[in-house]
Design a binder for this molecule. Structure first.
Ligand SMILES: CC(C)(COP(=O)(O)OP(=O)(O)OC[C@H]1O[C@@H](n2cnc3c(N)ncnc32)[C@H](O)[C@@H]1OP(=O)(O)O)[C@@H](O)C(=O)NCCC(=O)NCCS
Length: 147
């Protein structure tokens, strides 16, 4: 498993992975995904197994020294093999290296697997946002303070 930065020709594969990871209304359109990645405060990390992309994470830097996780997606067949851990460690290390103070994210209230994943990494729920997703699902807001 190998971590590397995003390349423009990855976009279609990332879109297909996102479509496979989330139901319509939570997954991003091709245009949304392209815009998140292209944003000038955004970082994207890729994990490859051989020459296959098996996971990615997009995050953007926000005011008040916060890194916001836009999405983290791991192909189903590669889950529970530490791909998500590799991606979160990369984002957290990057944020610490730039003196950021906190990481924040939203996750669907019924996404128990993701909530457990984040909790196992020290994230705690601080809020919820009714109707956050296009399909009406409530989001949990979770954060982790960085030392
Ligand atoms: C959430 C997600 C990114 C986790 O990635 P992953 O590569 O499977 O995670 P890891 O293998 O690094 O897991 C690390 C630890 O997190 C916890 N964890 C991860 N997935 C879990 C799950 N489904 N249920 C319970 N605990 C989980 C476990 O403690 C795990 O350690 P263990 O396997 O030794 O028990 C992945 O399941 C995914 O892409 N899901 C679909 C998209 C999604 O929901 N993204 C997050 C939305 S905001």
């Amino acid at each position: 498993m190998r971590l590397r930065p995003f390349r423009p020709d990855d976009l279609q594969t990332l879109y297909e992975i996102d479509q496979s990871c989330f139901i319509p209304g939570i997954s991003y359109t091709h245009k949304e995904l392209a815009a998140f990645i292209a944003h000038n405060h955004s970082q994207t990390w890729i994990v490859e197994d051989g020459d296959r992309i098996v996971g990615f994470l997009i995050a953007n830097t926000e005011p008040r020294k916060i890194l916001h996780i836009v999405t983290i997606d791991v192909l189903k067949a590669w889950r529970r093999r530490r791909v998500g851990t590799l991606l979160m460690e990369a984002a957290e290390d990057w944020a610490r290296g730039r003196g950021l103070k906190m990481i924040g994210l939203e996750t669907a209230q019924d996404n128990l697997g993701a909530q457990k994943f984040y909790a196992s990494r020290g994230y705690r729920q601080v809020d919820e946002i009714p109707g956050y997703y296009a399909n009406g699902t409530t989001a949990w807001v979770m954060v982790k303070e960085l030392e």
